[in-house]
Design a protein around this ligand. Structure first.
Ligand code: TYC
Length: 136
């Protein structure tokens, strides 16, 4: 059985391996191939592709509001996103002026943990700061 793909980016092979529950085996990669080959008679089906698998990535965004103190937003960027102080100030001011800004780009699980952490810290401190994630 042969599955071919019109997409030729790293994400498509990652999605295919998740969809079909396939296991990639690097030593079987054929550098010239640009299609999937599935060997149906193996216990573990093998996805052969010439690209490294990459997970989908997600941007974590901060949103401006009129009430959250600037210092609190800077502290969030330093502690949750490990930004140096000067970068944290720049990002905070950019969000303050433009409405939204990207704090970082992560895998789905890490983006979710950071988004939840920012929301928890904000609500614990009774600030309305909004943090969301979206596909890169
Ligand atoms: N606009 C807020 C203020 O003037 C500061 C702020 C910046 C709030 C960034 C949220 O994501 C934010 N205090």
């Amino acid at each position: 059985m042969v599955l071919s793909s019109s997409r030729n980016d790293n994400r498509s092979s990652y999605e295919a391996s998740r969809t079909f529950g396939l296991k990639r085996q690097d030593h079987q990669c054929d550098q010239t191939m640009s299609e999937y080959k599935i060997k149906p008679d193996e216990t573990t089906l093998t996805l052969e592709r010439n690209e490294t698998q990459q997970p989908p990535m997600y941007k974590v965004l901060l949103h401006n509001d009129d009430y959250t103190p600037m210092d609190f937003v800077v502290l969030i960027l330093e502690t949750v996103f490990h930004k140096p102080h000067d970068d944290a100030v720049k990002i905070m001011l950019s969000v303050h002026q433009k409405g939204t800004g990207v704090c970082g780009v992560f895998t789905h699980e890490i983006a979710e943990v950071k988004t939840t952490k920012v929301t928890e810290l904000s609500r614990q401190n009774e600030y309305p700061l909004m943090c969301t994630m979206e596909p890169e």
